[in-house]
Ligand binder design. Structure first.
Ligand code: AMP
Ligand code: MG
Length: 409
């Protein structure tokens, strides 16, 4: 029997990042950097004011206070985006806006609130003279050139997921395109004669194919491009021709659900084994059986269970880390949290992922199961906002104990 972490580590070893491509910055969110990124600029690129106010020589106004203001002559009016060539000398000031370049000669900025200038109307003209009510130290209210980062600094490492903040930084650095790993391609197959597409009304004996939809959402959120192989009938030829599409469309991995138990009509096994290999793993996991892993024409193949809840958990535990590695990430262990269990929970000793509701109650997280835990019962997964993890070897969790949970999206 393999532990969940042994199985997942074994799978991770099989995967490495796909090729890189250059993408426009606007389409790169959610992708992973394929090379280190060194800054090509200093940020800020010039000394600038962090407030609206008056740029001065700090030493000129060291005696200024509300009771004895000092008056300076205003020699320039500098808006954001402008660059003033007028230097600020002794006895002088320049009105300056937030983000505007500091004029030469000045070494500090007095906030407008600490001056006698009260006109806050947009477009107001600069006064000829300004009363300064407060002293400032050298450098005060100035954002220095390179104060945030320097040209040549390694600001983003290969393997970084590009979130809003990284995209913002790259934009600030004037990078219209970025070197990222392409999206991994995941071929998705459902199987079983009982499955009908969602558009078809039910007839006796049939059910709707939930997994094509459910797994596609998980996969898309994990950042892959999906090759939809549809629903394979319980016939060798159909299974084979659909899997062959994954090969011709150059899938990076194949994820199928159902059709791998010992049921007499389960053809996936023989089709995959004819052109690859398949391991029936006994994983110490509940729900999540049966799980098979192998290769079809050299492409990693995940055979998840047919029951939607088992397929969901199999994806989270085994497929997600594989997808992350393909995408260029280095997946760490998923971060669990602690919650206070309000009632006793029985288990069978396997590592269990039970559907649960977590709430914030009296200043702490509490957790209770959503009820019926049958692996075909998708509604209890809908009612859950978390999975309660029962460790391997544990057959009961007492009420009022702290337990591990995973919050679901
Ligand atoms: P199997 O692994 O083929 O024995 O399927 C296990 C259970 O999962 C059966 O009750 C199937 O009807 C069900 N099942 C298989 N595939 C799907 C699917 N795509 N959507 C919903 N239920 C499914
Ligand atoms: Mg079946």
């Amino acid at each position: 029997m393999l532990s969940v972490s042994e199985a997942s580590n074994h799978i991770r070893k099989d995967f490495s990042p796909v090729e890189a491509e250059f993408l426009p910055l606007s389409g790169a969110a959610g992708r992973v950097l394929a090379s280190d990124f060194l800054s090509n600029l200093d940020l800020p690129p010039f000394d600038n004011s962090s407030v609206d106010g008056f740029a001065v020589q700090a030493s000129e106004i060291s005696a200024a206070s509300p009771s004895s203001p000092l008056t300076l002559k205003v020699v320039a009016d500098i808006r954001a985006g402008a660059f003033s060539k007028t230097a600020v000398g002794k006895g002088e000031a320049a009105r300056i806006m937030t983000g505007a370049a500091l004029p030469s000669g000045a070494n500090a900025v007095v906030m407008v609130e600490d001056t006698g200038f009260n006109d806050r109307e947009p477009g107001s003209l600069a006064p000829a003279f300004i009363e300064i009510m407060k002293s400032v130290g050298p450098g005060e209210n100035i954002r220095r050139l390179g104060g945030d980062l320097h040209s040549g600094d390694k600001v983003l490492s290969k393997g970084t997921l590009l979130r809003a903040q990284e995209i913002g930084l790259l934009a600030m650095l004037g990078q219209p395109a970025v070197n990222v790993f392409r999206k991994p391609r995941l071929a998705l197959l459902s199987s079983g004669d009982e499955l009908l597409p969602v558009e078809s009304p039910l007839v006796p004996g049939k059910i709707h194919d939930a997994n094509s939809y459910l797994l596609a959402v998980l996969a898309e959120k994990a950042g892959v491009e999906i090759i939809r192989l549809g629903v394979a009938a319980d016939r060798k030829a159909d299974v084979r021709s659909r899997l062959e599409r994954a090969v011709s469309e150059k899938a990076d991995l194949i994820v199928s659900s159902a059709g791998v138990s010992v049921g007499a009509f389960d053809y996936l096994r023989s089709v995959v084994e004819a052109d690859g290999e398949l391991d029936f793993w006994k994983v110490d996991l509940r729900p999540g059986k049966p799980f098979v892993y192998g290769k079809f024409h050299g492409i990693p193949f995940f055979g998840l269970p047919g029951n939607p809840v088992s397929a969901f958990i199999g994806f989270e535990l085994f497929v997600r880390p594989a997808v992350e590695k393909l995408a260029g990430l280095e997946p760490g262990p998923r971060v669990s949290q602690k919650a206070y269990l309000t009632h006793a929970v029985e288990s069978d000793g396997r590592e269990s992922y039970l559907r649960a509701v977590v709430r914030q109650e009296n200043g702490r997280l509490t957790v209770r199961l959503t009820g019926h835990q049958g692996s075909g019962n998708i509604f209890s997964l809908v009612q859950a906002n978390a999975l309660l993890i029962v460790p391997s070897g544990v057959k009961s969790l007492p009420a009022n104990s702290d337990v591990d949970i995973w919050l679901l999206d």
